[in-house]
Design a protein around this ligand. Sequence first.
Ligand code: ADP
Ligand code: ADP
Length: 234
Amino acid sequence: NTVIDAHNISKVYNPETIPVYAVNNVHLHLERGEFTALVGPSGSGKTTLLNMIGGLDKPDGGNIFINGNDITKLSANELIDFRLKNIGFVFQSFNLIPVLTAKENVEFIMQLQKIKQSERDERIKQLFQQIGLEDKLNERPSKLSGGQQQRVAVARALASKPQFVLADEPTANLDTKSASNLLDIMAKLNKEENITFLFSTHDQRVIDRARRVITLVDGRIVKDTAVVSTEHKE
Ligand code: ADP
Ligand code: ADP
């Protein structure tokens, strides 16, 4: 069951002057249920690649199939709609809306999708249980720790029940304990709800939690390794 299938995708910045091949002819195939880390030095193209797969940025070449739909063929409005239904995105700096409460930050995604009130309430209850923040529903982001804000961002990413979540350096602004807690929540969602995760990271402790590690250097995939999880090691 293929979730992401990217063929030959490229992104070139400054093509007219000094071209930067931020992503250079990348092929990437992800199956449902994967828990995959994207690693590589700063500037290797991780953010650019995630943004293109997430429909936040257009490739200059290639095709990106998400659940069988080529998102490079969608109009801007179709892409907004497709992204809302199919792709969860978690940013390094949380990006919660400061004037909304934790609950409202998650709920407005469901409102955009015209999900009815009773269903919204039920899903919010379930999501906040999953992120362990039932007692923070009505707090504004400024009252939450970084780790708590990122957990709300994960709930927001899952609000419209996408099959997969892309996360760009989700633990970069978190302390060790919060980072580990966030990974626990992501791993549990992966295991129990079969949510596919692709996350970029520099943090070896986060890399150690992945079941597959893809390494980018200068916009190319130089290594793609399946990891035997410690759970299964004797
Ligand atoms: P990473 O996430 O691995 O740090 P990025 O995707 O942010 O890598 O960047 C890849 C390359 O593209 C880098 O050389 C970076 O400087 C360049 N780059 C990224 N965004 C832009 C932009 N908007 N304009 C020009 N160059 C960019
Ligand atoms: P990260 O390393 O966390 O991926 P960066 O600090 O490389 O992020 O980039 C942050 C922002 O700056 C991104 O939106 C990226 O597109 C932009 N950017 C990165 N490199 C350049 C560049 N050389 N010229 C213009 N914008 C850039």
